[in-house]
Design a binder for this molecule. Structure first.
Ligand SMILES: [Zn+2]
Ligand SMILES: [Zn+2]
Length: 144
């Protein structure tokens, strides 16, 4: 898994690349403090440096925030998020396994349409839509 250079559009700063690479390397959700731990050797000492990088990566669709875990994941397929500037993000859905903490990112045009229909009917303007499914993944269920 190579993350460096995978970003479309504008170049990332060194800290942004470090944070994105660390997220890819973690293979699952990581908190800002997990990232800080991983990047201490790279000279990042301040949580603010992590948050600043994350706040730049999230609107570009390269990183998503998992609200329920208060953690971050690298986008599984940033090329599907439009122009890399976050304009075309639509619905993002995550299935989060409580056992192995594997996170599967997916999107579904039918769900997107349903939610957009609900929002239109209620004159609600969503900024972003994140769906989180918590449960047990197929691999863990097989092992049970
Ligand atoms: Zn994504
Ligand atoms: Zn699992």
């Amino acid at each position: 898994m190579t993350a460096t250079g995978a970003a479309p559009g504008r170049k990332l700063t060194r800290n942004q690349s470090l944070v994105l690479d660390a997220l890819h390397a973690s293979g699952g959700p990581a908190s800002a403090y997990d990232l800080l731990d991983r990047l201490r050797d790279e000279g990042l000492r301040n949580p603010l440096q992590i948050y600043r990088a994350l706040n730049a990566l999230i609107p570009r669709g390269l990183v998503h925030r998992l609200e329920s875990l208060n953690a971050f994941v690298a986008c599984a397929h940033p090329h599907e998020h439009g122009d890399g500037e976050g304009h075309d993000h639509g619905l993002i859905a995550f299935a989060i396994c409580g056992d192995c903490h594997r996170v599967e990112e997916f999107s579904d045009p039918d769900i997107t349409r349903l939610l957009a229909g609900w929002a239109a009917a209620h004159a609600f303007q969503p900024d972003h839509t994140i769906l989180e499914l918590r449960g047990t993944c197929g691999l863990c269920r097989e092992g049970q």
